[in-house]
Design a protein. Structure first.
Length: 277
């Protein structure tokens, strides 16, 4: 990790994400960028300066945003880190995705409040959309997320294409000398013999972090999400690492990836690596 992006709305969850991003940057020596997206009642960047006074509430909100960004930058700089701030007007989550290659970010840390019901199905959060489309690893933080992490669960099918993303999770675990728990969830519709699962997991086990323990685990469950959550509870996990394939088109309306569901429902951080990056 050399350049971390932290999108923020200054909520308590986003502030927790910023604190954790700063802690990660301290360990890895990364630069950190804080990004805030501001929606205004008129196209703000095209508005003449003399006309801005017609929107006193918007001016007040912009002033607040600048002040909060300054605080975040100063907090990072007091830790000896290089930090920058960005305030962007009248754009959506696409700006977060554009910011990543434009500034050569290799890691994103952002807070998520989760969602439920119709909102979860049809709207989703910025965090979920970034999870789906980001070309770099994304760490989703919840308000009560613990740091540093001591127990990391990596849930996977342990096929060949997961080996490179797994190295990212291992490096992340190494930062904290975390214990790593490799997890394969066996579900009825895609049942796999235990010997076969363990055989695939063995190659991953050999590259586990040396600072902590590394275990291989098979958990039987009705579905992957439930199995991951139940197993994570059993080992007191404080982070779950997964890969995602990303999605597009109509399928987004009728089904979500396991990673997106966990980002909504898990109480602990989710580290997602897109296999299509």
């Amino acid at each position: 990790m050399k350049n971390i992006l932290v999108p923020t709305d200054f909520s308590s969850t986003a502030n927790r994400a910023a604190d954790i991003a700063i802690a990660i940057a301290e360990k890895s020596g990364a630069e950190i960028h804080f990004l805030h997206l501001k929606i205004t009642p008129v196209p703000w960047v095209k508005l003449d300066k003399e006309k801005e006074v017609r929107f006193p509430e918007t001016l007040k909100e912009i002033g607040h945003a600048k002040n909060e960004l300054n605080k975040l930058v100063k907090k990072a700089e007091t830790k000896g880190l290089k930090a920058q701030q960005f305030l962007v007007f009248d754009v959506g989550r696409e700006e977060i995705l554009k910011h990543i290659p434009h500034h050569n970010h290799d890691f994103v840390v952002m807070g998520s409040h989760g969602a439920s019901g119709a909102k979860e199905m049809f709207i989703g959060s910025n965090a979920q959309k970034v999870l789906r489309d980001a070309t770099v690893p994304v760490l989703i933080i919840k308000e009560k997320s613990k740091w540093p992490v001591k127990n990391v669960v990596f849930a996977s099918n342990f096929e060949e294409d997961v080996k490179e993303p797994f190295k990212t999770v291992v490096k992340f675990a190494d930062l904290n000398e975390s214990n790593m728990h490799l997890l394969y969830v066996n579900v009825p519709f895609s049942f796999e013999e235990t010997d076969r699962s363990l055989e695939k997991m063995h190659a991953f086990h050999e590259t586990c972090p040396r600072g902590g323990t590394c275990t291989t685990n098979i958990y039987n469950s009705l579905n992957e999400e439930r199995g991951i959550l139940k197993f994570s509870e059993s080992v007191n996990a404080d982070l779950i690492g997964l890969t995602t394939h990303g999605r597009s088109g109509f399928f987004n309306l009728i089904g979500k990836s396991i990673t997106e569901n966990l980002a909504n429902h898990a109480d602990i951080p989710i580290l997602s690596i897109n296999l299509k990056r």
